[in-house]
Design a protein around this ligand. Structure first.
Ligand SMILES: *Cc1c(COP(=O)(O)O)cnc(C)c1O
Length: 373
């Protein structure tokens, strides 16, 4: 072939670095001959899915039929949960899907999309895929600098992406900070608040943390995203949703695949929403695990970024790639975040009690070896 495919790809796609997922446990098990690796790399729920969700899925038999393209039952449940009309809800094949829909519906080639330094990797991906221009604002204390974001807005700005809490740093923004920000952002810019970890955040531990799904009234340009991948423990099924003004939801739905959420995911997500006990248990396990990991860091003089999510960015004060690799060889898979501009950090998902203690054990072994070198 004389034509280079790399010249045929759109200019935006040529600039994309593919998303790097956490390594699957099976792959690490095979490569290093480890019987039971612990995967703490993708912020998944260590408790797994709700038993109610698994049971509901087993009752799905008509897989020869297309799923409900409107996802009506699930939308009704979501609408009730947030006390919203169902036409405010857009369902996605994971919330990742919603992030792409907003880019596809609103971002022209050359339009600017603003997000912070150390933001979720999907924001630049979604932007570049449609020819948008990523505009990265410098972080403030590892978090989103809202003033810098407002200042970055121009006539060409279309979307601002903010995760609250932010992944991979775990930093979070308060109600007052975000309200003021939304009031300052001009109406021609769509603000996406990505609340993938919202269900983990409690008022007691993080006073003033907002539930932005309740803010649609005053802000027709606001889109809030949620996911079934994190506290609901359904990452493998791919289900998420956006809430917004019905007008905004209408545009997202125009570019959505007609059957973007599959039958099993719809059914499991509905059941998962009903399992309040599983959500509560997951939250409590996370709080206990987070306290344990923070204590372990403190005792070892390791720095970390205080996190409102189900993960902790640990600071090794030197490039951490070899620590990541040494831990993997001992069966603990965590996440390097050099591609997020944080080469000295590893992001660790809070696991079960057993997983967390194995993590700390292996970390000690690896650090000891390292110190001897
Ligand atoms: C995990 C995560 C998501 C969820 O992605 P899904 O596609 O719903 O699995 C979204 N945003 C952030 C910041 C995340 O960390």
């Amino acid at each position: 072939m004389r034509v280079k495919l790399s010249d045929l790809a759109t200019p935006g796609v040529q600039k994309i670095t593919p998303y790097q997922p956490g390594r699957p446990a099976e792959e690490v098990a095979a490569e290093f001959g480890i019987s039971k690796p612990v995967k703490l790399a993708s912020n998944e729920n260590p408790l797994g899915p709700s038993a109610m969700a698994l049971k509901a899925m087993q009752a799905v038999h008509d897989l020869a039929r297309y799923p409900d393209g409107n996802g009506s039952l699930l939308k009704h449940k979501i609408a009730a949960r947030h006390d919203l009309d169902i036409d405010c809800i857009t369902l996605g094949n994971g919330s990742n899907d919603i992030l792409e829909l907003v880019a596809r519906a609103f971002v022209n080639p050359g339009d600017e999309v603003i997000f912070g330094q150390h933001a979720f990797a999907v924001y630049p991906l979604a932007t570049l895929a449609v020819g948008g221009r990523p505009v990265e604002t410098p972080a403030l204390n590892w978090g989103n600098d809202l003033d810098a974001m407002v200042e970055a807005v121009t006539e060409r700005s279309k979307v601002i992406f903010i995760a609250n809490p932010n992944n991979p740093t775990g930093t979070w923004l308060t109600k007052n900070e975000l309200k003021r920000f939304l009031d300052e952002v001009p109406e021609h810019v769509i603000v996406v608040i990505d609340e993938a970890y919202a269900e983990y955040v409690t008022e007691e531990a993080f006073p003033g943390y907002p539930d932005c799904t309740q803010w649609l009234e005053g802000y027709p340009n606001l889109l809030v995203t949620r996911t079934f991948s994190k506290i609901f423990g359904l990452a493998g099924l791919r289900a998420g949703y956006g809430v917004s003004s019905p007008e905004l939801a209408d545009f997202l739905n125009r570019v959505r695949q007609p059957f973007n959420v599959n039958s099993l995911a719809l059914t499991a997500a509905e059941a998962a929403l009903d399992d309040a006990r599983h959500i509560q248990k997951s939250r409590e396990m996370n709080q206990a695990g987070m306290a344990y990991l923070i204590d372990a860091c403190n005792k070892r003089g390791l720095g970390y970024i205080p996190s409102a999510g189900n993960f902790l960015a640990i600071n090794f004060s030197r490039p951490a790639q070899d620590i990541f690799e040494a831990m993997m060889q001992q069966g603990i898979i965590v996440r390097p975040v050099a591609n997020y501009g944080m080469p000295d950090f590893l992001r660790v998902t809070v696991g079960s009690k057993e997983e967390n203690s194995r993590l700390v054990e292996v970390l000690d072994r690896v650090m000891e070896k390292n110190a001897g070198m």
